[in-house]
Design a protein around this ligand. Structure first.
Ligand SMILES: [Zn+2]
Length: 228
């Protein structure tokens, strides 16, 4: 793996709320319209099915072909129920916190959480690993919950920077602490399979808040996730 190199290219994201000309997006929220959930999931699936059939037809494909005729509905269901299910706040994971009864006051790291997302500019996959660390505020979270939060925000059309910040902010909120670090190490199919066609490059982003702004704490986290 190329993880050793990755930590060197990580660009910490301060905050999307900052006046940052490189990121004209005004916040870390996914841009959704107010009427985003006026349609039910089933209504959305029916509409997307019609539109996707139209795309395939325009491309010249014969929708009477056995192999193709079910594709519009399959794609529509996949978009609404799987790939973009994290757009719907109804799917946000619920949390239960536990007492930190072992009085463990060191860094807790969960590394190598696999995620699959979609680039919002090309609607092709972004996938990779996410590493999360935090210091307990007195409460701890079930480890599988961290995976669920990662998947919830991954299942949206995304840009990697926003995904990173959304996971960090959500964990701060849920864990009741700002002592949260997130590192995202991703492959972008829009870079690998088209355009420049670079199949080897990876993109690193990070979110460091609270204690993780301290160089030593940050290094401890990065050393841990780079360890084999
Ligand atoms: Zn893209």
């Amino acid at each position: 793996m190329r993880q050793k190199e990755i930590s060197l290219t990580i660009q910490p994201i301060k905050s999307f709320d900052d006046d940052d000309l490189d990121h004209p997006v005004g916040s870390h929220d996914t841009p959704l319209r107010a009427d985003a959930f006026d349609l039910t999931d089933d209504e959305k699936i029916n509409k997307i099915e019609d539109h996707f059939r139209e795309i395939m037809t325009v491309l010249g494909l014969d929708l009477n072909d056995d192999s193709l005729k079910g594709t519009p509905r399959r794609v529509a269901k996949m978009y609404v129920k799987e790939a973009f299910s994290g757009l719907n706040p109804d799917n946000r994971p619920t949390t239960r916190l536990f007492e930190n009864k072992y009085n463990y006051d060191q860094m807790l790291v969960e590394k190598d959480i696999t995620f699959f997302s979609h680039c919002e500019h090309h609607f092709v996959p972004i996938y990779g690993k996410i590493h999360v660390a935090y210091f307990s505020s007195g409460k701890v979270i079930g480890l599988s919950k961290i995976n669920r939060f990662v998947q919830y925000f991954a299942k949206r059309p995304q840009v990697q920077e926003r995904l990173t910040v959304q996971i960090g902010k959500e964990l701060e909120r849920v864990l009741g602490t700002t002592d949260v670090g997130v590192v995202v190490d991703a492959n972008h199919m829009c870079v690998a399979s088209r355009g420049v066609g670079d199949t080897n490059s990876k993109t690193g982003t990070a979110y460091f808040a609270g204690k993780f702004k301290d160089e030593n704490v940050k290094r401890e986290f990065l050393n841990y996730i780079n360890a084999k």
